[in-house]
Design a binder for this molecule. Structure first.
Ligand code: BTN
Length: 257
């Protein structure tokens, strides 16, 4: 990973303008949290993570030099209740950067190519009732990964697996950061209103039969829409429910999507 290459090509105002790189760390999200006094937009990157963290308490496989493991530290001046919406922005920015691979979103923020996951996003935050201290937006992207662990090999892919080409991670990072900043600035100004349609058009679950797996129950139905604030609307046989991303894992009826 050459951070000089990133800084040279980056065309952003704030996002990624400061970079903290470690060849090895436990988790770049934890690095960002431990250094939450750093500037808005600081990017924490590592070549490998020993305790990569995923959504819903899962772990994230983070082999040396194969993938992108990065976290953006954000200090948005918005209401704490709006923070989950930043997840949508992160998903769209990765999709835009990987549009050449026809990347899409599996709600809320898994990025998929075909029916396999290429990127996961984990947003974490610290806030009081009315003030955000910081938000950390962590992204893990399978770039040059050649083999996956048996338990995920059927549902995971990488850019290399899709094309047989080895990619320069720095170029992909620059592209994501630039898309992210554009969307983030729009979001801070106008909320999701000019962004939500793009999210919906990228979201592969819409119109499909899904299983929403909660801690204590599983609900099946059709994913019919996304609310203006990014929740998934599912129509079951007897009701229509709205689910927020923090509480549920959504799968297709037959497999991952
Ligand atoms: C998921 O799909 O469950 C989210 C995975 C997020 C992984 C990334 S890798 C960089 C950052 N640091 C972490 O520990 N997790 C995120």
């Amino acid at each position: 990973m050459n951070t000089e290459d990133i800084l040279k090509s980056l065309n952003t105002q704030a996002i990624g303008k400061n970079i903290v790189f470690k060849s090895e760390t436990d988790s770049t999200n934890l690095d960002a949290k431990r250094n939450s006094d750093y500037l808005h937009g600081t990017l924490f990157i590592a070549d490998t993570q020993s305790s990569g963290r995923g959504r819903l308490g899962r772990s994230w496989e983070s082999k040396a030099s194969d993938g992108i493991y990065m976290s953006i530290l954000l200090k948005p001046d918005i209401l704490p209740e709006k923070i989950p919406e930043i997840t949508l922005i992160a998903g769209i920015s990765v999709c835009r950067a990987l549009s050449g691979f026809n990347a899409k979103i599996k709600w809320p923020n898994d990025i998929i190519i075909g029916s396999k996951k290429v990127c996961g996003i984990l947003n974490e935050m610290s806030a009081t009732e009315d003030k955000i201290n910081y938000v950390v937006c962590g992204m893990g992207i399978n770039v040059n990964t050649k083999e996956f662990a048996p338990e995920i090999k059927d549902i995971a892919t990488s850019l290399f697996s899709e094309t047989g080409i080895t990619y320069k991670r720095e170029e992909i990072i620059c592209c994501i950061l630039s898309e992210f900043e554009e969307l983030y600035n729009e979001f801070i100004k106008n909320g999701l209103k000019n962004i939500i349609d793009e999210y919906k058009s990228l979201c592969k679950n819409l119109g499909r039969e899904v299983k929403a797996i909660f801690k204590d129950k599983t609900v099946t139905g059709t994913a019919i829409d996304i609310t203006d604030t990014g929740e998934l609307i599912i129509k079951t046989n007897d009701e229509t429910i709205t689910v927020a991303s923090g509480e549920v894992s959504v799968r297709g009826m037959l497999g991952y999507i």
